[in-house]
Structure formats: structure tokens, C-alpha cells
Design a protein around this ligand. Structure first.
Ligand code: NAD
Ligand code: ZN
Length: 352
């Protein structure tokens, strides 16, 4: 199930969707939504007569529902509605729906075809592409999952019009990360996007080039043996912030955790690889302006270190970081001492 996926940034959504699903009779199409994508996005799909006899299943929205119970609910629905190996599952939603739906499709009857229609910016720029599927388990993010490629990923920026501001910013965080990895030009282009007055046409263009950055990397290293690790920039600290926030019952949106993770990891890049001070200062100012301050308390430093030590990105006892020597110059498999890690957290508390 590791074929290359076609990602389509739609200009005529219904026509493009109609073409992709043309091989499937509507009784053999199953649509998975969460409560919000059902409300805001499903009506658009149902304008397509090809979907009139399709089956609909909805899970509650929220990352806490990306779990084995929801998976079982969808497996049961597929079984009792006579899905077979020739069925198509359409995942209509954000990262929760595409991660969970992709995992269901990869495992139901040893694998059926699926299509991701990403209705959040974060999903479009990250979760829906790259073939990683999965669910949370025993309190651990994405603990269970598989690599499985969607038949196609469809992105229509019009779906993002109903997203709230935090979810737009959460997605933009991953665009920033891709741009940092790519080049000074990509970084400038992304920074020039006006987050206060969103121009959806401009977003469509920016998104198209941004998604290609991830696609190019994934195509060269689908199973994350080397180059794909560059995409982990910001995520060693970021995942620890995210996990701690769940423990403290004050959940952070993924992109917010990534932005603060980027502040720490750019600071670490500055310490260890001479990443330019000017760009670090610029990034910290942007983080403050759009994502607010974030001040991990000293009493949580040990817990954050512990979370980083158990991150599944580590190959050994050492905590594994992706850092930047300069804009567009990522370095994988970097490490840091406990003192350096705490210094990054201090920088986040004081410098941001
Ligand atoms: N597979 C990967 O490579 C990968 C990469 C990054 C993130 N992820 C996963 O993605 C998830 C986060 O994705 P997300 O931010 O899209 O979260 P999400 O799917 O929970 O969506 C965020 C919120 O937006 C709502 N929503 C969805 N579409 C909407 C629309 N058009 N209008 C209004 N509201 C809408 C959702 O119901 C939810 O409340 C996490 O579980 C993360 O682990 C996976
Ligand atoms: Zn991410």
C-alpha cells in the first residue's frame, strides 16, 4: 500500500472528486467524518450524484477520539454495511479523521482503498499526505499505526473558511516548518502571508508549493530512515509540550506545540550549529505575536525531559533532534545535553 499518492489542490472540487471515484459504485463508497466536517463539509460532497447511495459514519471530533474505540466503531460499521475489498473509504476531515480512517482502511480485510479529503489546514499541509496513519493508545500519541498510501489527497481551500483562527494558525505552523527546512526564499514567501487577513487564493498557491516540500522529502525516504527526519524539526520539544498538555488536561493544538518546539530547537541550532541569531529573533517574535507566550514551569522541566527521552523518534538512549545550520540547511540525528535542553526551555520562558 505504499504507492505514490496524487495530491490535488482543487480548482473545481466536485469535478475532481467525481473523476477520482468514478470506478466505484456509490453503494460501495463509505464516507467517514467527524461531527464538524459532517456539519461544514459533507453538504458540499453530497451535491455529487455519484455519492447518493454511499454510506456515512461519523465519529466525535477531537484528538481524544482518535483511539481504538473509534476504530472499532468504523470497522463494525463497514462490516455490517457489507463493505468488501473493492470498497472505497473517503476520509473527510482533519488529521484525526485522515489518520484514523487511513488506519481503518489499511487494516479492514487486510486493506481497502481510501481517499483523504483534508478539511483543515494542518491536515492539508501535513497529516493527509505522507502515508502515516494511526491512533493514540495508552495515552501515547500515534502509538499504533501503519504506513498506507491514500489513492489520492484532495484539498479545497474553501473548506478552510469555517475553521477557527487557532486551527488556521495551527496549520500555518507546519507551513513555517517546511519553509525553514526548504530555503531562505520559501521562508520569506511564507512569512509574507498575512495571517490577520487571509487571502484564500494566495493560500492555495502557497499551500501548493509548501506541500511539494514534504512530498519531495517523503518520496526520497518514505520510511523515515534519514532525510524524512528533517520533517521532525520542532517536534522533539513540540511533542513533549503536546504530551504534557494532555497530562495537565490543558490540551495544546499540535501546531502551537510545534511553534514553541521550533523556538527551542532554533535556539539549540543557534547554540550548536551557529544558526543565525537574526532569524532566531525573528522566529521568536512571530511565535509571540501569533501564538502567544508559552512559559513551561520549572517544575515541569524533568517531565518534559522524560517525555523527550521516550520519544519514538529516538534510536538509542539519546534524544534525537533535527536542527538547522541555516535556513534550508537541516541536520538530522543531532543530540543535546540535559543542560542544553533546560537552557532552551529557559530561552522560551524568557525570550519569548
Ligand atoms: N499522519 C501524519 O503524518 C500527521 C501529521 C501531522 C499531524 N497528524 C495528526 O493530525 C491530528 C491533528 O490534525 P488537525 O489539526 O486537523 O485536527 P482535527 O482533525 O482534530 O481538526 C481540528 C478541529 O477542526 C474541526 N474541523 C475539521 N474540518 C473543519 C472545517 N472545515 N471547518 C470547521 N471545523 C473543522 C475538527 O472537527 C476539529 O474540531 C493529530 O491527531 C495529529 O497527530 C498526523
Ligand atoms: Zn507536526
Amino acid at each position: 500500500m505504499m504507492n505514490a499518492t496524487q495530491t490535488i489542490i482543487c480548482s473545481n472540487f466536485l469535478a475532481e472528486l467525481g473523476e477520482i471515484i468514478a470506478d466505484f459504485p456509490s453503494q460501495n463508497i463509505y464516507i467517514l467524518t467527524d461531527t464538524h466536517s459532517r456539519e461544514y463539509c459533507l453538504p458540499k460532497l453530497m451535491e455529487l450524484s455519484q455519492l447518493s447511495g454511499s454510506h456515512l459514519i461519523t465519529i466525535p471530533s477531537g484528538d481524544e477520539h482518535k483511539n481504538i474505540h473509534s476504530v472499532m466503531q468504523v470497522w463494525e460499521f463497514l462490516s455490517s454495511n457489507k463493505a468488501n475489498r473493492n470498497s472505497l473509504l473517503i476520509n473527510l476531515g482533519g488529521g484525526v479523521v485522515t489518520d484514523l480512517g487511513g488506519f481503518v482502511a489499511a487494516t479492514f480485510k487486510r486493506g481497502i482503498e481510501f481517499l483523504n479529503i483534508s478539511t483543515t489546514l494542518l491536515g492539508a499541509v501535513d497529516a493527509a499526505t505522507g502515508a502515516k496513519t494511526g491512533i493514540n493508545f495508552l495515552g501515547l500519541k500515534n502509538e499504533i499505526g501503519s504506513f498506507a498510501s491514500a489513492r489520492a489527497v484532495l484539498i479545497d481551500v474553501d473548506f478552510f473558511r469555517t475553521l477557527d483562527i487557532p486551527n488556521i494558525r495551527s496549520g500555518y505552523a507546519e507551513m513555517l516548518k517546511h519553509a525553514l527546512i526548504e530555503s531562505p526564499q520559501a521562508w520569506e514567501d511564507t512569512l509574507s502571508f498575512d495571517l490577520d487577513r487571509i487571502d484564500f487564493d494566495r493560500l492555495r498557491g502557497l499551500l501548493a508549493s509548501n506541500i511539494r516540500i514534504k512530498e519531495r522529502i517523503v518520496a526520497q525516504d518514505p520510511k523515515e530512515q534519514g532525510l524524512r527526519k528533517t520533517l521532525n524539526l520542532g517536534h522533539t520539544f513540540g511533542h513533549a509540550f503536546e504530551s504534557l498538555s494532555y497530562t495537565l488536561k490543558e490540551p495544546l493544538l499540535h501546531g502551537y506545540a510545534v511553534v514553541w518546539g521550533l523556538v527551542c530547537e532554533l535556539y539549540l541550532s543557534h547554540l550548536k550549529l551557529a544558526f543565525p541569531q537574526k532569524e532566531l529573533t525573528r522566529f521568536a517574535a512571530l511565535a509571540r505575536e501569533y501564538y502567544g507566550g508559552f512559559r513551561p514551569e520549572c517544575q515541569h522541566y524533568e517531565a518534559l525531559l522524560e517525555l523527550m527521552t521516550h520519544d519514538k523518534k529516538n534510536d538509542s538512549e539519546q534524544i534525537n533532534f533535527t536542527l538547522l545550520a541555516a535556513l534550508g540547511e537541516p541536520r538530522v540525528n543531532q543530540s543535546a545535553t540535559r543542560e542544553e535542553i533546560f537552557e532552551c526551555l529557559d530561552f522560551l520562558r524568557e525570550g519569548c
